[in-house]
Design a protein around this ligand. Sequence first.
Ligand SMILES: [Zn+2]
Length: 146
Amino acid sequence: MLPAECLECGNPRYLLGNCLNCGSTDLPQALTDTVVLNLEAGGPSAEAALERLTLHVRAASEAGIRALIVIHGYGSSGAGGKIKWLVRDALENNFFSDRVDEYYFGEDLSAGSAGYHAVIKRRSSLKQHLSQFKIGNAGMTVLLMH
Ligand SMILES: [Zn+2]
């Protein structure tokens, strides 16, 4: 399911880019409060993946999305490892702090952990989303938007 709806024609839309139906460039309306963003899709360079994240953080924030589940892979080396490192480095350096309120690393979200309880308390809808992923998945980071 696409995460947003076009305010001009009412058709489903991606968060980024023009409406594929009517070409509208207006901001879409979020249809969901949580979006899963796979930064590994298409095998981008780490720099391109970070750019994709930056665009999505802005678009998600403007469309009213409340949480982004960012899939960046586990790798400790190679391109996958570099995407994870760049994403987490950007977060720790407050690169997205105007849009992102809090972030949680996947490995701190194992069932029953303090991190898991904190994140579910903030956004109960994440419970359903997180259940799709392996518990304590180090290949992802959850961003809670302002
Ligand atoms: Zn449209």
